[in-house]
Design a protein around this ligand. Structure first.
Ligand SMILES: [Zn+2]
Ligand SMILES: [Zn+2]
Length: 111
């Protein structure tokens, strides 16, 4: 089950929604990525790695990172100042450079 959190900048009101789960995958015999999703537990058990999202705190770019080959830099501005969007609470807003993200407590969603 995936849970979402919503963060909103207290200055520019930009919203970021973050999901708790990542895109799990395994490599098939041909070395290709096969993604597995709930509730397909048989496939999920084969997964060895996952992809997840990062949010750059310098330019606001959202990009994918892979646990097999984690990104060390933002794909756009090369900054190393990025976070998992799920940990965005109280982080500075990259869109207006003035506000801070706060978790929207009224927001609650489960897929
Ligand atoms: Zn902002
Ligand atoms: Zn960046």
């Amino acid at each position: 089950m995936a849970q979402a959190k919503c963060f909103e900048c207290d200055n520019c009101e930009r919203e970021i929604t973050a999901w708790s789960d990542n895109d799990a995958y395994y490599l098939n015999d041909e070395g290709k990525k096969v993604y597995a999703y709930h509730p397909n537990m048989d496939e999920l058990e084969k997964c060895t790695d996952y992809e997840s999202y990062c949010l750059c705190l310098d330019c606001g770019r959202k990009f994918k990172t892979d646990s097999a080959k984690p990104k060390t830099k933002c794909t756009k501005c090369k900054s190393t100042n990025f976070v998992d969007p799920y940990d965005l609470d109280e982080k500075p807003c990259p869109y207006c450079n003035e506000g801070v993200f706060r978790e929207d407590q009224s927001f609650f969603r489960i897929s």
